[in-house]
Design a protein around this ligand. Structure first.
Ligand SMILES: NC(=O)c1ccc[n+]([C@@H]2O[C@H](COP(=O)([O-])OP(=O)(O)OC[C@H]3O[C@@H](n4cnc5c(N)ncnc54)[C@H](O)[C@@H]3O)[C@@H](O)[C@H]2O)c1
Length: 378
């Protein structure tokens, strides 16, 4: 079946209902690992920035799942500037859940709404896809530095219980072999110039800003360093590697690699990553970083492409090609793999989804629900 094709011609709303119940497998697993701690979100107001993005999709759907259960509802304000349009799944979710308020806003401008106070702020707005941040370097810097400062000020004014700042594993740059798996104590090997610098360096400044607000103003900000997440909600046209590989596999094409296939990464399934993010949000560890991801398998691009073809049931192969983008491989890290001992010991974080299972779920999402990724101009 081709990506985006549908099995039964049902309406988008019907498709959305199916998607919601299909996603429940992830939320039930998450709920089990929280063992009741998810109730700490009940009756609370949560601001999610970057809500229309991949991680926003997962946060919103999880909170909305909690709202289908008994107990006080979680009120979520879903903020995004919708630069690439308003995703259909978000319109459908806001129609289905009266406790979800969708709000267009640009976080590089000061927060305007003074009415609602937030107990928690999940600040996920950024430009995260490499081809997009290479195209919009100044907007990337502004979202990661100016936008974060606005959110830190908002948390301070509202006396919020906790703020989650999304840094990145990219702040480590290209670590030497003796620093892999990489601990939070490794200081990084990052270029301040070059095509990736707008992202990597602004995320580093973001950590500095967060630590200063925690020390000087006691803002309860948590710093997360995610390592390559994937799963439902990551748009097929996003530009990150696994959606690109999935698009090729689902369209019955060979997978094209724009490197020699040797760089390695670890890939963390979205529901596992969400567990780490929410545990950090609820933790008392302010102003200090946590790696969130998986330690294994550390897999080469060639091998993950081959695995994805196998999971997709495709007979196609992996081929190499030189990217038309001259900057494509500049400063691309050779290896990336987290040491998760700190998150395991202090947060109780414990990812469980295998790469094979996670890829299977992501492919299933694309097969059936790609229509919900459609961007609506409004
Ligand atoms: N997903 C990962 O594997 C990963 C890895 C490392 C770091 N992160 C970080 O986690 C956060 C979320 O990542 P994601 O994968 O969901 O990214 P995403 O690109 O899917 O979503 C980001 C969202 O932010 C919005 N946005 C961008 N600039 C904005 C602005 N000025 N005002 C309001 N909204 C704006 C975009 O419209 C988009 O919907 C980002 O900070 C990203 O850098 C993610």
């Amino acid at each position: 079946m081709k990506a985006g094709s549908q099995t039964d011609g049902s309406s988008t709303s019907e498709l959305f209902k199916q998607a919601r119940s299909w996603l429940e497998v992830d939320w039930r697993r998450l709920e089990k690992s929280f063992a009741g701690r998810e109730d700490l979100f009940r009756g609370k107001r949560i601001l999610v920035t970057g809500a229309a993005g991949f991680l926003g999709f997962n946060f919103l759907n999880f909170f909305s799942y909690l709202n289908t259960k008994e107990g006080e509802p979680v009120t979520v304000v879903a903020a995004d500037n919708y630069v690439r349009g308003h995703p259909r799944w978000l319109l459908e979710l806001a129609n289905a859940d009266p406790h979800l308020i969708s709000k267009r806003c640009d976080i590089t401008l000061p927060w305007q709404d003074t009415e609602m106070k937030f107990d928690f702020i999940i600040h996920a707005a950024s430009i995260a896809s490499p081809p997009v941040y290479r195209k919009f370097p100044l907007e990337t810097l502004d979202a990661n530095i100016v936008g974060l400062r606005h959110m830190l000020d908002l948390a301070r004014q509202h006396d919020s219980g906790s703020l989650l700042y999304f840094s990145t594993s990219e702040i480590y740059g290209d670590p030497p072999p003796n620093e892999i798996p990489t601990k939070e104590t490794y200081k990084g090997n990052v270029s301040c110039l070059g095509p990736r610098a707008c992202y990597d360096e602004s995320k580093r400044v973001g950590e500095t800003l967060s630590a200063i607000y925690a020390q000087q103003y006691q803002v309860p900000v948590k710093i997360i360093r995610p390592f390559n997440n994937y799963g439902p909600g990551l748009r097929l046209a996003d530009g990150r590697v696994l959606p690109d590989f999935s698009r090729d596999a689902l369209n019955d094409r060979d997978i094209i690699l724009y490197s020699d296939g040797s760089p390695t990464r670890t890939f963390c399934y979205s529901a596992d990553a969400l567990m780490g993010y929410l545990l950090a949000l609820l933790s008392p560890h302010n102003g200090e970083p946590f790696n969130i991801g998986t330690e294994e398998p550390e897999i080469s691009m060639r091998d993950v492409a081959t695995l994805l073809l196998r999971v997709a049931g495709s007979n196609r192969k992996v081929v190499h090609q030189v990217s038309e983008e001259a900057d494509y491989l500049i400063d691309n890290p050779n290896r990336r793999c987290p040491d998760l001992s700190k998150a395991r010991n202090l947060l109780g974080y414990s990812p469980t989804v295998s790469l094979e299972e996670g890829l299977g779920r992501m492919l299933e999402w694309y097969k059936y629900y790609v229509e919900l990724e459609e961007m609506i101009k409004d």
